[in-house]
Design a protein around this ligand. Sequence first.
Ligand code: N2P
Length: 357
Amino acid sequence: MKQLVRVFLTIILVSVVLLYITDRLNRSQGLSGGNTLTVYNWGDYIAPDIIDQFEKETGIKVIYETFDSNEAMMTKIEQGGTTYDVAVPSEYMIDKMIKEDLLIPLDHSKLPNLKNIDERFMDLPFDPDNIYSIPYFWGTVGIVYNPKMLDGMEITSWNDLWDRKLKNEILLIDGAREVIGMGLNSLHYSLNDTNLKHLQEAKAKLDTLTPNIKAIVGDENKLLLANQEAAIGITWSGDASEIMSENEDLDYVVPSEGSNLWFDNMVIPKTVKNIDGAHAFINFMLDAKVSAKNTEYVSYSTPNKAALEYMPKEMVNDERFYPSLALTDKLEVYENLGKRNLATYNELFLEFKMHRK
Ligand code: N2P
């Protein structure tokens, strides 16, 4: 009998130790579940007090991680080492993730606030019926610049950037689609071009921009531009809007040759541990007042129609950041060009970066 009790106690002890070790391991890998939620988002893309508010209201603890390109996010999710419950990719990457079976279908009955989203941003070609993704922010790619630092020079096109007067004045965002796209657009090619000759031509043209490039940067571009360390930044509209609120000399233009219109959406990757928490988070972000507060902080354009009435009029009425349909119709949305073509974009971008060194 005594021996039986000893065996029993040993089993309990070993189980407790094993449970403890698994829990520690999970925590160290950012694995969520139960009362935690791991959110993977772009840098500077949420108001910190919104996370606090969500934690207080739901009792769910948020582990928050950031990325600065779709490609970096995709690599991390494909590796599968970390449990992400919610991620925020852009449209072409969502298409790719759906095709690679990396996302789970959403339960719309758990997202009653979805009614707040403007119809214009629903049911888009990369995810018909929004089975896998819910709009978060949208915008354009363009040029933010400081005319005062450029003797009043006006910039209206991609090709203006090759002007010799702009030596060492340009900051580029660190994104393959954005930078190669800028080369393609400057040659009047499509942002979704897959013709290798055109892509090489775009890369060669970008190489000739090298003397004018000061740096290829992430979110620090905002500080550098606001502090007038550079006169020009190629960036996403919301970053431009944020910098412009800190330095009113700056202006933002969507180049005349054309540019990118993008949509960032919330998704639940297959790595999810806390499905209910993930839906609760997405629904929380869709609340009109939460979205208005988040939008005011982040400065990007919200697809949340109900949020607009809680936001400052001058923000909502600024055509540079809330362009009409007539304007956005002229822009191109990135398509998922397939593994091989995306790899070509990445390789050319890498070669372009090496060329600068
Ligand atoms: C960076 C947010 C960028 C969003 N702060 C562009 N998809």
